[in-house]
Design a protein. Structure first.
Length: 745
């Protein structure tokens, strides 16, 4: 691949690009290159607001030049899962993949070819959608449904607002008088790059900040005036009790509720106990949440009276067995206080995010690798899932995401093991994985590992021999974003980024477009791509109203979009509801969701309710496993990425955090090796005894690489050996709903 964004020569060159590693941000980088080698990486130093990259982005050259980097196509030579490979040519590798795709399709039907992907290190052109398009053209394929990041939040957004995205622009935090960080740790997790700066400025300006979390997070320590610890899985009980306090004291914004919402009366009846005879008082919630009733009452009054107030719900509480109830309860509370669609408020429900399209960002119709690829025949051959509220909304735009041919990703290992005899829609034989460390990042890693051994063929695109890559029959090496050109947008917002190629691809690694195009030819698809990388990027940018000079955009690497004022989500709907109704059945914010009511599922009530999680602190299982596990996101990883980079491993050790009271009861000292276990798996890991986590709760940061020993005991600290491969009623992945026990080794 030729580099055309800089001159070649012996002098040091400076290449502008944008980091995009699925951390929640997309930060500008200045890459110093000499003699074709990256020597150092800097970040934004221009006029404010500066978009400052984190340690992961600035250390990316260590990832590019890591000694274990996958540089050549590889073929399995040992037992699957052992990670034993030999180097082969690209011709042999691609011929083998094409042969297997056709063999499986012809022998078992296209549904036997299973495609699973994620979003790590992929952007507008080089991404997983290229291979979806390829498999569509090759006859069809099976795939999954469910977003590990925020399926519960997406469900809440669609059913409450009728919109798949929400959130005010971050500078609007400066208009807030109160900010509640609920299950959200932006000091560590990027969540749009400038969040930390705006939170710091807001506090300096006198805004009061409250952090609610089982842990005393860095955000609680740095930004918050008060930390409120809460038991995992009980957040919606506290929210509903806050609603009780507000109603009992007649502090709700009734005019807002009457004008802009639907079904508050039904929610009020539930909160006051008229529906079930149980008043959802602060005392009721204290028993469930562990939060003192006076604390709940005081926060409820403050939220209702210290306006405008921004209640920002993180993804974490939604990644639980009843996650959708948390997000829907935040929406109800924000509506009750009139904080939606106003400067300084927030429209919660989506997990602290803000979509590009909300602020008017748009790229061309061929962005995200689709290239007009058509629809998957396997999806089209099956009716929609009965509970697919989100999918039905997507269906209106031509999506087939609601098809019952799709299995939830958390259940995919079970589907591979049982197939049609187990009630699943297909017998899966071939697995095509793109940019996903599947065995590591989906609940119940041990079960996934067993399932992978049952497949006839596995092909994986990767940059390293990850825990999942060890199960491949063919490994195809992809290059990093520093070795190709691409585009991105948002991430820090609102801006467009040109990801200039800084160096030639290492070894024989290839881009997603190159691999897909070469594989298409072997599958007999002669008109697959039709354009070069540069031509596709120009085509994508052509559809962008904010970029009129492609060459200048490419040279500068970033195009900031200046907003006349901070973006406020749903401001139009609140200012002029007749001209801009919410896209819901009622045209209003639905506290009582008519779409949910139509499902008839008692586990999905039409108004937000508290429904206890399975594996909660009152579960009989606590007799064996008395500690609640949460699996948080650490500073040194973007999910599973960067776990193998030594300089980042030195920053933060992989440990299990445990409260001193729980540690003393088990005679566990700080730094000691301990065994963490339940019926699904076990690991050996070092302890971190700390007051910064509440008693009864332990934290194992997610993303550490799965490394089972000969006895099946994980030595890598992979949290998902302990999590359950079950989902919430709306499809949330339950990473933060699990019971464990800990003992010293």
């Amino acid at each position: 691949m030729a580099i055309d964004n800089r001159e070649q020569g012996n002098a040091e060159q400076l290449v502008t690009t944008v980091c995009h590693s699925h951390c929640g941000g997309a930060c500008p980088l200045k890459v110093h290159v000499k003699n074709g080698v990256i020597t150092r990486i800097e970040t934004d130093s221009g006029d404010g607001p500066q978009y400052r990259a984190c340690a992961k982005g600035r250390s990316y050259r260590y990832r590019v030049y890591a000694p274990d980097r996958l540089k050549f196509p590889m073929k399995r030579v040992g037992e699957r899962g052992k990670g034993e490979f030999k180097r082969i040519s690209w011709d042999e590798a691609l011929d083998s993949v094409a042969t297997e795709i056709n063999r499986v399709k012809n022998l078992y039907g296209p549904s036997a070819n299973l495609f699973i992907s994620s979003r790590g290190d992929v952007c507008w052109l080089h991404n997983d959608a290229l291979f979806e398009r390829l498999l569509i053209r090759a006859g069809g394929y099976s795939t999954f449904w469910g977003s590990p990041s925020g399926e519960a939040g997406l469900f809440a957004l669609i059913t409450s607002y009728g919109a798949p995205g929400t959130g005010n622009s971050r500078e609007d935090l400066l208009n807030s008088r109160l900010i509640i960080l609920w299950g959200w740790n932006p000091a560590v997790n990027c969540s749009f790059g400038n969040t930390r700066q705006y939170l710091a400025q807001a506090r300096e300006a006198g805004t009061r900040i409250i952090a609610i979390d089982p842990r005393h997070t860095d955000s609680a320590a740095i930004f918050a005036h008060k930390w409120i610890p809460i038991r995992p899985g009980t957040d919606n009980a506290m929210l509903i009790a806050m609603a009780y306090v507000i109603i009992a004291r007649e502090l709700q914004d009734q005019s807002f509720l009457d004008k802009y919402t639907y079904g508050f009366g039904q929610f009020k009846d539930y909160v006051l106990g008229k529906e079930d005879g149980i008043a959802k008082t602060a005392a009721w919630a204290e028993e469930i949440t562990g939060v003192p009733q006076d604390t709940i009452t005081d926060l409820a009054v403050e939220f209702a009276t210290r306006r405008p107030a921004a209640l920002i719900d993180g993804f974490a509480p939604g990644r639980s067995a009843r996650g959708e109830q948390f997000h829907r309860a935040t929406i109800a509370l924000a509506a009750m206080t009139g904080n939606i669609g106003v400067p300084g408020g927030s429209a919660p429900g989506g997990g602290a995010g803000m979509g590009d399209t909300l602020v008017g960002l748009s790229l061309g119709p061929y962005a995200a690798g689709r290239m007009g690829g058509g629809h998957n025949s396997v999806d089209l051959a099956s009716p929609n899932r009965k509970n697919a509220v989100v999918g039905k909304r997507l269906e209106r735009t031509g999506s087939t995401a609601a098809s019952s041919a799709r299995v939830h990703l958390a259940h995919m290992a079970d589907a591979i093991l049982k197939g049609r005899n187990g009630g699943y829609p297909a017998d899966y034989k071939l697995l095509f994985l793109v940019n996903t460390n599947y065995v590591n990042q989906i609940p119940n890693s041990n079960k996934i590992a067993r399932a992978l051994k049952e497949l006839e063929f596995i092909v994986i695109l990767e940059q390293f021999v990850t825990p999942t890559a060890r199960y491949a029959d063919i490994l195809l090496p992809t290059n990093t974003f520093l070795e190709r050109n691409d585009l991105t947008s948002g991430g820090i917002g609102p801006f467009y980024g040109y990801m200039n190629q800084a160096i030639d691809p290492l070894g024989e690694s290839k881009s997603h477009l190159e691999i897909a195009t070469e594989l298409a030819a072997r599958l007999g698809i002669t008109d697959y791509a039709g354009k070069s990388e540069e031509e596709w990027l120009r085509e994508i940018v052509k559809g962008c109203k904010d970029i009129t000079d492609y060459a200048t955009f490419k040279k500068e690497g970033i195009r900031r979009v200046k907003l006349a004022k901070p973006f406020v989500c749903f401001e139009q709907q609140i200012k002029d509801p007749s001209a801009h109704p919410f896209p819901t059945p009622s045209g209003k914010i639905e506290i009582y969701s008519q779409e949910i009511a139509a499902l008839g599922n008692p586990m999905l009530p039409a108004v937000p309710k508290y429904i206890p999680n399975w594996e909660n602190r009152n579960d009989p299982l606590t007799g064996k496993y008395p500690l609640q596990l949460i699996t948080t996101h650490p500073l040194r990883r973007a999910h599973t990425q960067f776990d193998n980079i030594p300089c980042l491993r030195e920053l933060i050790s992989q440990t299990v955090s445990i409260n001193p009271a729980d540690a003393d009861a088990r005679d566990i000292k700080d730094g000691a090796a301990v065994r963490v276990f339940n019926d699904r798996g076990q690991m050996i890991i070092r302890s971190r005894v700390t007051q910064r986590i509440m008693s009864g709760v332990v934290d194992i940061p997610q993303g550490a690489w799965y490394q089972p020993d000969g006895n099946g005991v994980d030595q890598g600290g992979c949290a998902n050996v302990l999590t359950k491969d079950d989902i919430s009623p709306a499809g949330a992945f339950c990473y933060n709903t699990a019971l464990v026990q800990i003992e010293k080794v």
